[in-house]
Design a binder for this molecule. Structure first.
Ligand SMILES: *Cc1c(COP(=O)(O)O)cnc(C)c1O
Length: 231
């Protein structure tokens, strides 16, 4: 279990990594946002990170997320759902999150659209793409992305913001970059087709520099902030 005092230091290290990668790869300073992935860590860890100015948090399991959210309702946090979406969880996700980054099929997009409460602004959505072929189970295959973007674009309670991927882990920096480059190519094609997107969500604890090199606008970091997960 993580020492809460370390979270502030860990966040500072991650922010420095992001700033240095922006400089090294010619990215605009401040163009890469940090999503703190708090799955499997307690509400107290989220509160500690908020104390160090972290606003955006990512969770992968709906029930776990709702329990933690109810313990930090006093904080103005922005919640992103980043895990696999089961049909029976779409109602909770649509009601409690500002973003869903893991939309990979039209049926789930339609349910989220129907179940997003009318009192809330449209749900921000990223299409999750499988850029690693058989090495990954999650995400739309690249050839499905255009049709899925078209479907989401017609749903009034959803707002398509961009693409997300979790490439298969690679040790080699150039191999890491190659996976992210595939996602960037799909993103560029959607922009070319007139979609107004601003979010390329890619890069985690072990590969965020390679993702920033390839144009990430949002990196999702858990372990480097909160420590190893128990599960
Ligand atoms: C868990 C998770 C992360 C964070 O991974 P770390 O390696 O701990 O930084 C990022 N994105 C998704 C979708 C995750 O499920």
């Amino acid at each position: 279990m993580i020492n809460l005092n370390h979270i502030t230091q860990h966040l500072a290290v991650v922010r420095t990594r992001i700033t240095q990668a922006e400089q090294r790869f010619g990215r605009t300073p401040g163009s890469v946002r940090l999503l703190a992935v708090s799955k499997s860590h307690p509400a107290a860890a989220i509160r500690a990170a908020y104390g160090a100015n972290q606003i955006c948090f990512g969770e992968s399991y709906a029930q776990e997320a709702l329990t933690k959210m109810s313990a930090v309702t006093d904080l103005p946090l922005e919640w992103h759902f980043i895990g696999p979406i089961q049909s029976n969880k779409t109602r909770d996700i649509a009601a409690h999150f500002a973003w869903v980054q893991s939309v990979e099929r039209a049926k789930i997009a339609q349910r989220l659209n129907e179940q997003r409460p009318a009192t809330l602004p449209p749900l921000n959505v990223c299409i999750q793409v499988n850029v690693s072929g058989e090495a990954s189970k999650s995400g739309a295959v690249p050839t499905e992305v255009a049709a899925l973007a078209h479907t989401i674009g017609a749903l009034p309670q959803l707002r398509l913001r961009g693409l997300m991927a979790i490439p298969a882990p690679q040790r080699d920096f150039e191999m890491q970059r190659a996976g992210f480059r595939v996602l960037h190519g799909l993103y560029a094609a959607l922009l070319q087709n007139g979609y107004k997107l601003d979010t390329l969500s890619m890069g985690m604890t072990d590969d965020l520099e390679a993702a920033i090199a390839e144009g990430a606008t949002l990196v999702r970091v858990g372990t480097a902030i909160f420590g190893e997960r128990a599960m």
